[in-house]
Design a protein around this ligand. Structure first.
Ligand SMILES: Cc1cc2nc3c(=O)[nH]c(=O)nc-3n(C[C@H](O)[C@H](O)[C@H](O)COP(=O)(O)O)c2cc1C
Length: 196
């Protein structure tokens, strides 16, 4: 019958994982998070709120470029429609969120974009990857400018990430294997306040 009438309609519930990416790291995390949740994965730009509202949990993955978190708009624009959902947000950048200044800057940006809604969201910061080979011209220029700024700093004042960025110039950096995605999956399943 399914073959005749097309796919069976999905029952409401479950999880939806959305992502915004330029070079794929955020998408790869989204796919890894979606797997144990048996969730649908979709690029945020193509997500529709009416369909998203039929899920119990929404995970929003956002890449970070030039200090800006991309793709927060989906939550910001639909705050009123998502009040009864389990909401999870993860950022994907290269800087180390264990450093307080990095984490604070990301958190402040999220709060500025989402306001009170922030308190209803489980928030995580992941580290992505960088492949010089895949960078466009503008991105290369930006990275070169960043590196030249780092080079001007005395070695002792450079953060670990800055030293890594210098070392890997022209090559690649990837933190995918170091990231624990279990807490994100857990938050999608049980909500922000659930004990682990
Ligand atoms: C031009 C450029 C600017 C970047 N700016 C930042 C930044 O401000 N903060 C950060 O943590 N990572 C920054 N990154 C690293 C990206 O966030 C990282 O490559 C991440 O994996 C991107 O996600 P995506 O692969 O899903 O696009 C930058 C990378 C490039 C190429």
């Amino acid at each position: 019958m399914e073959a005749l009438f097309g796919k069976k309609k999905r029952a409401p519930g479950g999880s939806l994982v959305l992502y915004t990416t330029r070079h794929g790291a955020t998408q790869r995390y989204a796919e890894r998070i979606a797997q144990p949740l048996d969730a649908l994965v979709k690029e945020t730009a193509y997500a529709k709120i009416d369909a998203a509202k039929t899920y119990d949990a929404i995970v929003l993955g956002c890449c970070v470029y030039a200090g800006k978190i991309k793709g927060l708009g989906f939550f910001a624009d639909h705050a009123q429609e998502l009040t009864d959902k389990r909401l999870v947000l993860f950022t994907c950048g290269l800087y180390d969120p264990q450093e307080e200044a990095v984490r604070k800057a990301l958190d402040a940006q999220i709060r500025e974009a989402l306001g009170e809604m922030t308190d209803r969201i489980a928030i995580f910061h992941l580290r992505g990857s960088l492949r010089w080979q895949s960078l466009g011209l503008v991105e290369r220029v930006m990275m070169k400018a960043l590196l030249s700024g780092i080079r001007k700093k005395p070695e002792a004042e450079r953060t670990k990430t800055e030293a890594l960025l210098l070392e890997s110039e022209g090559g690649a950096l990837d933190f995918a294997d170091e990231m624990d995605l279990a807490p994100i999956v857990h938050a999608a399943r049980f909500g922000r306040e659930a004990e682990r």
